[in-house]
Structures are given as structure tokens and as C-alpha cells.
Design a protein around this ligand. Structure first.
Ligand code: COA
Length: 330
């Protein structure tokens, strides 16, 4: 068995900054309400046309450069996104073509906010068994084009933003690397945070009636999401601690999916960790779903908060419901 590690990291967000004041012009909301309930000050929206793979490209280039490998060393592409540019094929196929990466396997995974950590776990299995040495994993979202930017959709529209994060997962030849991953799901909550249409169970999948009923927009039972998130996040962090016999003092930083600042504060409180040990950059980007963990890693590294040999825990919770963690030595 081999160990895998994050050998390269890159992130990219669109230039277009959308502040809470910009949203005030589109719906009945306020900067104060958004900051108080979520901690979000601004987010980035793409300027269409811009697909998921287009947005991913710069983050991927930076990750390849950071890993100091040739792009042709990559043996598999995994893209975690809940906002692919088309129903078929997956964004990983479009990204492969953009990168001119030959005939290697490509895989899309749709685990929403947990997509990046699920992807990390999948990549880890391929590296551990010796099947591959270098895998490109991307967490990327173009949420903005699918949001209901009216008062009717304000509970979700204020939360989400666009962005991309990419990592190269490589075989480790030192002590650094991914030590454990824990993945969970509970589909009985599938409709507590979901997008109904296009609906594969109906014919046609998308119709004028569906659009008139606004079924193409995200729907969320915010209180249910909040209640489960503040329980599952600490649980899955504790699972990572116990599996590696780490104490809270051992952890340099917990990097959670950036769902909501109140959820992050609650994680810190329930885990009895100082808030400085639970990373947040939600004020800058909002909730970028599958991109949020790698984007948070990029910012944490740029801020000097993660250094070689640091013990980190990544954790996520989201639509599905799904929740997941990864313990790693940087
Ligand atoms: N601006 C202003 N008011 C808003 C609003 C907005 N953007 N969105 C909702 N409201 C209103 C509601 O309509 C409601 O009004 P009412 O009392 O007249 O009915 C009021 O604010 C309170 O709504 P409620 O849903 O009870 O608020 P809340 O305290 O639960 O906060 C969330 C709403 C969405 C911030 C909160 O539920 C939450 O953080 N949930 C988790 C969301 C999340 O993290 N999702 C991603 C998971 S990966």
C-alpha cells in the first residue's frame, strides 16, 4: 500500500465581485441580514458564457505548476461539481479536452458540498493501491446562473458563489499525506436541499411549465440543513481524530466546507476549539459548494496558516445529506 498526498494546489475565482449591496438591488434583503445570518460579505459570479470546465482551467494550471509535474503525468481526472455545464457528458470530459489530456479516464462526481472530500477519498484509493501516481481532482461550481435572484429565492440566492479549486493527488514518498477519509450520506433528506428540474423522471425533462413553477431553482429547508450540519460536522471531525489517535491539540487547522459562518462558529464551539483553528473565508466567496474546501486551502496557505508537516482535518456537510472528513499531514 502506498500513501497519497496533495502535491499541488490551485484556486481561481471570477473577477466579477457581487456584494450584498448588489443583491439588495435585486431582492428584498439587506447587507446586515446576510452578514448576521451567514457571515458573507461578497461572492464572485462568472460573466456568461462560462462553463464549469472553463472556470476550472486556471486553477488546474496553477495546481499542475505547484506540483511541479508535467500535465501529461496526470493519469486520471476527477471533477466534483453540482453545476456541470451540460447534463452529459460530465465536466471532466470538457476539461480533458481543454487540457488536451489524451485518453486518460475522466470521472464526474456529484456529491455537492462534500464533492471535494469524496473525490479526495476516491483519488486516495487509486493511489494507495498503486494503480495511479498522479490524479487531478477539481472542485468547481458555476452556481450563479442557476440562482433565483429574486425575493422568492432569497434564502438560497444570497448563499452561493462561483469558484474553482484544484489539487494534484500524488504518491507520497515521505511522511506527508492523506491518513484517513470518512464518508457518510443520508438520502432521506435528499429534498431538504435540492434542485428539482431538469427532472429525469418526467418527459420532457424540462418544460415551460416547470420553468413557470420555478422548479429549476435550488430549494432549501434552511433550518433542517442548519440543525444537521452543526451535528454532523463535529461528528465527522471526531471520527477523523479518533481514527488517527489525534487530540484536539494536535490539529493545526480544521478546514471546513464554507457553508455559513454561524455553522463554522458552532463547529468550533462544539469541538471546543478556538475559532482561529477553524478556517473561514466565507466572507469573500460565499458558499462555493464543491470548490469551497480547496479554495479555503489556497487562502489558508497564502495566509501562512498551513505549513509542511501540519496536521489538518478537512470536513464538509451538504445536500444529500452527505458529510465527510479527511485527515492529512501537509
Ligand atoms: N434576506 C432577508 N430576509 C430573509 C432572507 C434574506 N436573504 N432569506 C430569508 N429571509 C427571511 C425569511 O423569509 C423569514 O421571514 P419571516 O419570518 O417573515 O417568514 C426570516 O428571514 C427568517 O427566516 P428563517 O428561515 O427562519 O431564517 P434562519 O434564521 O433560519 O436563517 C438561513 C436562514 C438560510 C441563513 C439559515 O437557515 C441557515 O443558515 N441554514 C443553513 C443554510 C446552509 O448553510 N446551506 C448550505 C449548506 S451546504
Amino acid at each position: 500500500m502506498y500513501r497519497s498526498k496533495i502535491a499541488g494546489l490551485g484556486g481561481y475565482v471570477p473577477e466579477n465581485i457581487v456584494t450584498n449591496f448588489d443583491l439588495e438591488k435585486l431582492m428584498d434583503t439587506s447587507n446586515e441580514w446576510i452578514i448576521e445570518r451567514t457571515g458573507i460579505h461578497e461572492r464572485r459570479f462568472v460573466t456568461p458564457p462560462c462553463g464549469t470546465s472553463d472556470l476550472a482551467l486556471q486553477a488546474v494550471k496553477d495546481a499542475i505548476c505547484d506540483a511541479n509535474i508535467d500535465k501529461n503525468d496526470i493519469e486520471m481526472i476527477i471533477v466534483a461539481t453540482s453545476t456541470p455545464e451540460h447534463l452529459a457528458p460530465g465536466s471532466s470530459s470538457f476539461l480533458q479536452a481543454l487540457l488536451e489530456l489524451g485518453t486518460i479516464p475522466t470521472l464526474d462526481i456529484r456529491v455537492q458540498c462534500c464533492g471535494f472530500i469524496y473525490g479526495l477519498s476516491i483519488a486516495d484509493q487509486f493511489i494507495k493501491t498503486g494503480m495511479y501516481k498522479h490524479i487531478l481532482l477539481v472542485g468547481v461550481e458555476v452556481q450563479s446562473v442557476g440562482l433565483d435572484l429574486t425575493t422568492e429565492g432569497r434564502d438560497t440566492a444570497i448563499l452561493f458563489g462561483d469558484g474553482a479549486g484544484a489539487v494534484i493527488i500524488s504518491r507520497s514518498n515521505d511522511n506527508s499525506g492523506i491518513l484517513s477519509t470518512h464518508l457518510f450520506g443520508d438520502g432521506t433528506h435528499a429534498k431538504d436541499l435540492w434542485i428539482d428540474a431538469p427532472a429525469g423522471s418526467e418527459s420532457p425533462r424540462i418544460s415551460k411549465e416547470m420553468l413557470d413553477e420555478r422548479r429549476q431553482y435550488p430549494k432549501m429547508n434552511g433550518r433542517q440543513v442548519f440543525k444537521h450540519a452543526v451535528t454532523r460536522f463535529p461528528e465527522v471531525v471526531i471520527a477523523a481524530l479518533e481514527a488517527n489517535q489525534w487530540t484536539r491539540e494536535d490539529i493545526k487547522l480544521v478546514i471546513p466546507h464554507q457553508a455559513n459562518m454561524r455553522i463554522t462558529e458552532s463547529i468550533a464551539k462544539r469541538l471546543d476549539l478556538p475559532l482561529e483553528k477553524v478556517y473561514s473565508n466565507i466572507h469573500r466567496y460565499g458558499n462555493t459548494t464543491a470548490a469551497s474546501v480547496p479554495l479555503a486551502m489556497v487562502d489558508a496557505r497564502n495566509e501562512g496558516k498551513i505549513k509542511k508537516n501540519d496536521k489538518l482535518i478537512l470536513a464538509a456537510f451538504g445536500s444529500g445529506f452527505t458529510w465527510a472528513s479527511a485527515a492529512l499531514i501537509w
